[in-house]
Design a protein around this ligand. Structure first.
Ligand SMILES: Cc1cc2nc3c(=O)[nH]c(=O)nc-3n(C[C@H](O)[C@H](O)[C@H](O)COP(=O)(O)OP(=O)(O)OC[C@H]3O[C@@H](n4cnc5c(N)ncnc54)[C@H](O)[C@@H]3O)c2cc1C
Length: 452
């Protein structure tokens, strides 16, 4: 990059993996010629690594340690509790920075669009995930786990996570970082049977084989899939031959077609070829009506006219995620991402929008693993730096002035370290694992201020 003193200033909005990988790529690719400010609406960094990845997936959660090193680079600063759209606007950012990278993720659930979806007890999986992960927006959510049967609609990795957390005992989760109040609610759970429902067949299931296998290895839960649900049409049978992922899934699932082990605390029924058509109940969920499905000649799911009702008291939907639009930033309402080419935002006229970029789920949709965001962010940053070299800008004001003029209670990286330390200390006090999350805004804010 042929440039330029003083260093270019870049704002990254969202401190999930994509945002932090973008900060890392900026520092790696531009060295001393760049300064990066990473913003998040939360007081905590790491996005879905902290508030999505399941608490019992400790090795994936440890990616946070890698991301931490990026935030500790002298060229990078963290600004927590600053929300784009509430505390700062897009125009503010463009006044203060040479370039802006939006990496705000995609954690809003899609709807099933069936009658009864608004009944109490019909829940977005993300709300449940946020709650057990200790997200402050979900700390006071209440889930009625006095019901005995629950349906989880969806056969992706998030659905598997939700089934697994429901099927584990509270004692199994004590060594994880889930908040104390979540452990308390889970310890009173009366859920005995969890149905995991897929509209299509086992060859079309989106979960990875590794995630699926974990369901069969839970210490106190049995699992079953009906041999009839495992029957493959010719196209699916061909996929099972040619596609490693499908072959692995079919193998894992086939192990569960026998008689389930008796005597477990909980039981999981994996049910393919079922489309939810209605959630039943008057004041709350009392059942889920399903129609049996098959694939038609063109590979589309079609109903067979055969129906059944599951006597479930809770329905969790996990049928896809989408990003939310950012004010003033172009958004594609059909694919729910910001239109872009290699991270360069494309405006309604088809031209690149100068100085604005995207990375991560808001750029490409909710796909891939945490690591996928690294190459994704590096691509965005290559394009950003190439553009900056061509068109140096001079930001009009500093972000410090702006934040101060608004009196915003910004959380700095050191404040976050105070919260981090408080969570580690809490785990020690409670004789639980490495960390116990604080989930309430007040408790988090107070911990950020450090020990009294
Ligand atoms: C439930 C769940 C479980 C998962 N489990 C795994 C797993 O086990 N293994 C794996 O490899 N991958 C897993 N993933 C995928 C992985 O988490 C994603 O690939 C990754 O987090 C996407 O990164 P991102 O930075 O684009 O978004 P996010 O991680 O969502 O980060 C976005 C950040 O932006 C912030 N933000 C949002 N809006 C604003 C705003 N207006 N102003 C300021 N900040 C804002 C958010 O607070 C958040 O911190 C899982 C995903 C989910 C949903």
């Amino acid at each position: 990059m042929a440039r330029m003193a003083p260093p270019a200033r870049v704002a990254v909005i969202g401190s999930g993996p994509a945002g932090i990988y973008a900060a890392e790529a900026l520092v790696k690719q531009a060295g001393d010629e760049v300064r990066v400010d990473v913003f998040d609406r939360l007081p905590t960094p790491y996005g879905l690594v902290r508030y999505g990845v399941a608490p019992d997936h400790t090795s994936i959660k440890s990616i946070a340690r890698y991301l931490q090193r990026v935030l500790e680079d002298p060229a990078v600063r963290f600004f927590g509790c600053v929300e784009l759209g509430r505390d700062v606007t897009r125009a503010d950012l463009l006044d203060c920075y040479d370039a802006v990278v939006y990496s705000t993720g995609a954690m809003v659930d899609r709807h099933m669009r069936i009658p009864g979806e608004d009944l109490p007890g019909s829940i977005a999986a993300t709300d449940f995930v946020n709650w057990y992960c200790g997200h402050p927006d979900a700390a006071d959510h209440e889930f009625d786990l006095s019901v005995e049967e629950v349906a989880v609609v969806g056969v992706g990795n998030v659905a598997v996570d939700v089934v697994r957390i429901l099927a584990r005992t509270a004692a199994e989760l004590r060594a994880t970082d889930v908040p104390e109040q979540v452990i308390e609610v889970l310890s009173r759970s009366r859920v005995r049977r969890i149905h995991m429902i897929g509209r299509r067949g086992p060859a079309q299931a989106k979960f990875t084989t590794k995630e699926a296998r974990e369901l069969g290895q839970l210490p106190d839960a049995s699992i079953h899939v009906s041999p009839r649900d495992m029957e493959l049409d010719p196209a699916s049978a061909e996929l099972a031959e040619s596609d490693r992922h499908v072959r692995g899934n079919i193998k894992a699932l086939s192990a569960w077609t026998g008689e389930p082990a008796a005597g477990s605390a909980r039981h999981i029924d994996v049910r393919f070829w079922r489309a939810p058509v209605e959630i039943l109940g008057t004041d709350r969920v009392e059942g889920l009506r399903l129609e049996t499905t098959r694939l038609d000649e063109s590979g589309r799911v079609t109903g067979t006219g055969e129906f059944e009702t599951l006597p479930v008291g809770m329905v969790l939907r996990s049928v896809g995620y989408q990003s939310v639009p950012l004010e003033g930033v172009p958004f594609d309402e059909r694919s729910f991402v910001v239109p872009n080419e290699g991270g360069r935002i494309v405006g309604p006229d088809g031209a690149f929008v100068p100085r604005e970029y995207v990375a991560g789920w808001i750029k490409r949709g909710p796909s891939g693993v945490v690591g996928t965001n690294k190459s994704d962010a590096a691509e965005t940053v290559r394009n950003l730096l190439a553009d900056l070299a061509d068109a140096g800008t001079a930001p009009e004001r500093t972000i410090e002035e702006l934040l101060e003029s608004r009196g915003l209670p910004v959380v700095t990286y050191d404040d976050w370290l105070n919260l981090d330390a408080a969570e580690i200390a809490l785990a020690r006090r409670l004789d639980r694992g490495e960390r116990v999350k604080l989930a309430r805004w007040e408790a988090m804010r107070s911990a950020c201020r450090g020990p009294a």
